[in-house]
Design a protein around this ligand. Structure first.
Ligand SMILES: C=C/C=C(\O)C(=O)O
Length: 259
């Protein structure tokens, strides 16, 4: 290994403005989760010093369909910053993205802290104040999305932007596992899935996030937004695309990838 974690973190930061970089093989073994999270954390701290505010976390690689797309077999997480949020019905300027893809998800907003490294899905459920249909726009800073597990973890879970349906619903009575997802692009169905795709139930993905972050000493807090992971395959975006995600019984949200 010739590159340090600081080198890799700087390389990924520079890619946001300068364009994609090669896979990080000169400093990270493709399966080195600890090293990859160390790189992610260097950049999280860096961005915080630049005034970006953490508003939540994303779980990723929770759906078999997405794991297969990327050739991995475990979930990961990334940080959601305030400036990554797009309004429901809003626009994402293509100049702000490199090689974006959209994923339809279920999101939770927490009303209580989750400090327990043994948090269960039931404990998370008691902390949830609202459930939303959501879209995450992922955008690898690694050229052509040729990512290993370590590459995507180091690169903030390949996260870039997200939006939540304005209308949220209380958790009580919702069938999260059975909720059918359909995402259309320009009116044509581009991705389908179901809530159970996220580790069996989106609450399992949220509990995985809660445990993982508590164990790292950075527990989820009241007010945090949690993205529970893609419910179906991700879809590459082209300027002009209008993307709508519908999650049955939960809601829908949309954005335009264009000026
Ligand atoms: C590479 C990113 C994957 C996700 O965001 C996901 O599976 O939700």
């Amino acid at each position: 290994m010739t590159a340090t974690f600081e080198d890799l973190a700087r390389r990924l930061r520079d890619a946001y403005a300068g364009g994609t970089v090669s896979p990080l093989r000169d400093g990270l073994d493709p399966t080195d989760a600890d090293g990859a999270y160390a790189v992610q954390t260097i950049n999280t701290r860096f961005w915080e010093t630049q005034g970006r505010r953490i508003v939540g976390r994303k779980a990723g690689l929770t759906a078999k369909a997405v794991q297969q797309q990327l050739g991995v077999d475990q979930p990961d997480f990334g940080v959601l910053f305030d400036d990554m949020r797009i309004a429901d019905g809003g626009r994402l300027d293509p100049a702000r993205a490199i090689q974006p893809k959209a994923e339809a998800e279920i999101a939770f907003i927490l009303g209580a802290d989750l400090p327990d490294a043994g948090s269960t899905a039931e404990q998370v459920a008691t902390a949830v104040t609202s459930v939303h249909a959501a879209i995450e726009i992922v955008d690898s800073r690694i050229a052509d999305w040729k990512i290993s597990f370590a590459d995507t973890v180091a690169d903030n879970g390949s996260s870039a932007f997200f939006l939540l349906a304005d209308a949220g619903r209380p958790l009580a009575g919702l069938d999260l596992e059975g909720a059918a997802m359909e995402m259309t692009v320009n009116g044509a169905v581009a991705s389908t899935g179901v809530g159970a795709a996220a580790l069996g139930n989106p609450l399992n993905a949220a509990a995985w996030l809660a445990r993982t972050l508590a164990a790292r000493g950075e527990p989820l807090k009241a007010g945090d937004i949690l993205l529970a992971g893609a419910l179906g395959p991700m879809v590459a975006l082209t300027p002009g695309d209008v993307v709508v995600a519908r999650v049955a019984g939960i809601g829908e949200c949309r954005f335009t990838y264009g000026n």
